[in-house]
Design a protein around this ligand. Structure first.
Ligand SMILES: [Zn+2]
Length: 170
């Protein structure tokens, strides 16, 4: 989807909709399955300081591969945008309280922007929490974690603690 964000800001446009994940090729390459959608709410406008902004929220339920066990893991994304729209060469300070967004080309590809934001929301090295990772038994305790590994990796330790707390209350 191509838009002129500056005109959108002047018109105070609000966009809301679902973007199919399969349209986001760069992101799709990192996902385990590209079914589903990103739910997007965007608000263009101009604030009282005259800064043209793009605010919004992106939500998605992604599935990525755990780098420890190579099984899929769910990755919940719920991020907020607050971007100040700038023309190329404009001083970044003009974005005011917003994160500066240089708009190199008008119209701009809105889906590219959304995809960039989603890519940034992915973990560098996706890994399940150790307690729920199917490969946990094969993992050597890491360096300094070694001393506490016995209790840390035992899912029943939490239960035991809860039990103690409950019985204390009685
Ligand atoms: Zn895993």
């Amino acid at each position: 989807m191509q838009v002129d964000p500056f005109r959108m800001a002047e018109a105070r446009r609000i966009l809301e909709g679902d973007v199919p994940l399969r349209q986001l090729r760069r992101l799709g390459a990192l996902l385990e399955g590209d079914t589903g959608v990103a739910r997007v709410q965007l608000e263009f406008g101009t604030d009282e300081m005259g800064v043209r902004f793009l605010k919004g929220r992106i939500r998605a339920e992604l599935s990525i591969l755990c780098q420890r066990c190579l099984e899929p893991m769910p990755w919940h994304v719920d991020l907020e945008l607050a971007l100040g729209l700038l023309h190329p060469g404009e001083d970044e300070a003009k974005a005011g309280v917003y994160e500066p967004l240089m708009v190199d080309e008008v119209p701009m590809h809105l889906t590219d922007l959304l995809e960039d934001e989603l890519l940034l929301a992915l973990p560098q090295i996706p890994r399940h929490e150790l307690a729920v990772c199917p490969a946990r038994e094969y993992v050597e305790p890491e360096g300094q974690a070694q001393a506490t590994a016995g209790t840390k990796d035992n899912p029943f330790a939490v239960l035991a603690k809860m039990k103690t707390e409950t019985s204390n209350e009685e």
